[in-house]
Design a protein around this ligand. Structure first.
Ligand code: SF4
Length: 430
């Protein structure tokens, strides 16, 4: 008998209960730590679901995240300590119990601690407990501790700290709502995966331009408005050529530089001597600038000074000094950072580098954001609104883990600094 059009159909339960317990935690199949709900049945993992209430992923789960169950049950997963039984390099191990492992470890560590704790080099993998393992190593007494980050993306953090005093990398996000132009350098899709996907989709919806520099056009690069197939490891040269062009075109936010950076601080010029290249310091170790208002050296941190950004000045002790900005400008205005020179290293045509620099300048200065919110800056100066430059740059391991990664990461923090991108409170550029 065939079923009639109005006959009741079998009801299908599209969300059957498959668990007797749900544990809320974070995924660690990559570092962005999406919120997950792990469905348990009879004490085992049955299914992993994105947690809709979690701010990072809002319920989205990528394929790696849902495959976390395979990781957990992999036959290759270590479940007990392993003791090497063969010669080093022979890969011969046997499983031992925890009591034996702890006994062995405390004997080895005890001996080292009695002689010199610094002889312990303590390395951990990528886990969620580096605060604890690092603290343990400090208590033990060794400064020689690190985790996998030193070989991975930590240059993004270190480069950020050295350049602008803070790091954001994947744990701080671009402002996806306000960005109008984004440059991404060599980010693999496994990094900060769900948040970036959601963010890029927002950028697309908002009509922002997304430029991806990556030797291969996959993943994020495949949906970029412009893909630039740069030669691996040359991103730093590309960025500094942008700085060259921005300096040449005078598209630099001098007001921001004077107020919020140490580029006005004077740097000693004393070639061949130990103090060459150090900041000039006052009697209380304060940084010194040249105040154009009084035409003399002054504490660079005072709110009322008008620091010079160029020129050469003679200090009371006879030493010559120039503002850090002048050194930066001299260096990056050099022809070795011109788009033509950068083209030779990066493989990116000089005309493309020039156009990207012009686009950045246009968005930064002609399309600036103004937020009607009074605020007070670090020096106590009051401002009636916030100004933002809606450029975002994002980079991760692809450039960071390269042999020149630290300086590339510094360059990626320096370029936005030049155009005053960090001037909007709360604005996270990378
Ligand atoms: S992006 Fe995917 S792998 Fe990374 S934490 Fe989120 S769900 Fe896990």
């Amino acid at each position: 008998m065939t079923r009639g059009y109005f006959d009741p159909i079998e009801e299908i339960d599209t969300s059957p209960t498959i668990s007797d317990e749900i544990k809320e935690t974070t995924c660690y199949m990559c570092a962005c730590r999406c919120g997950i709900k792990v469905h348990m049945k009879d004490g085992g993992i049955r299914y992993i679901e994105g947690n809709r209430d979690h701010p990072v992923n809002k319920g989205v789960l990528c394929a790696k995240g849902s495959a976390g169950i395979m990781n957990h049950y992999s036959p290759a997963r270590l479940t007990k300590p392993l003791k090497r039984v063969g010669d080093r390099g022979q890969a011969e191990f046997k499983e031992i119990e925890w009591d034996e492992a702890l006994e062995l470890a405390s004997t080895w560590l005890g001996d080292i601690r009695k002689s010199d704790p610094r002889k312990l080099a303590f390395f951990t993998g990528r886990d969620q407990s580096q605060a604890l393992t690092g603290w343990w190593a400090s208590q033990f007494g060794t400064p020689n501790h690190a985790a996998h980050g030193g070989f991975c993306s930590v240059n993004m953090a270190a480069g950020g700290i050295y350049t602008i005093g803070g790091s954001f990398w994947e744990f701080g996000e671009p402002d996806w709502d306000l960005t109008k132009y984004m440059l991404m350098f060599g980010v693999a899709e496994d990094h900060d995966s769900n948040p970036i996907k959601a963010g890029l989709s927002k950028l697309k919806k908002n009509g922002a331009k997304f430029v991806s520099l990556n030797p291969i056009r996959t993943g994020y690069s495949a949906i970029a408005d412009e893909w630039i197939g740069i030669r691996p490891g040359t991103d730093g040269k590309f960025v500094l050529a942008l700085v060259h062009e921005l300096l040449k075109a005078d598209k630099i936010d001098l007001e921001y530089i004077v107020r919020y950076t140490n580029l006005p601080w004077l740097v000693i010029q004393n070639p061949g001597e130990a103090d060459d290249g150090l900041f000039v310091r006052g009697i209380d170790d304060e940084p010194i600038c040249w105040d154009t208002g009084t035409n003399q050296a002054a504490d660079a941190r005072l709110a009322g000074v008008s620091p010079a950004l160029t020129g050469s000045f003679t200090m009371e002790d006879g030493r010559k000094a120039v503002p850090a900005f002048a050194l930066m400008a001299e260096r990056y205005l050099d022809e070795s950072y011109s788009p033509e020179e950068a083209e030779k290293e990066t493989g990116v045509p000089a005309r493309t580098i020039r156009r990207i620099a012009a686009e950045i300048a246009d968005v930064a200065f002609e399309q600036q954001i103004e937020i009607d919110q009074p605020w007070t800056d670090w020096a106590g100066r009051k401002h009636d609104k916030m100004i933002g430059r809606p450029i975002t740059m994002h980079a991760m391991r692809g450039i960071s883990a390269h042999s020149n990664g630290f300086h590339t990461c510094r360059a990626i923090h320096l370029a936005p600094d030049s155009i005053g991108q960090y001037r909007l409170p709360g604005w996270l550029p990378v």
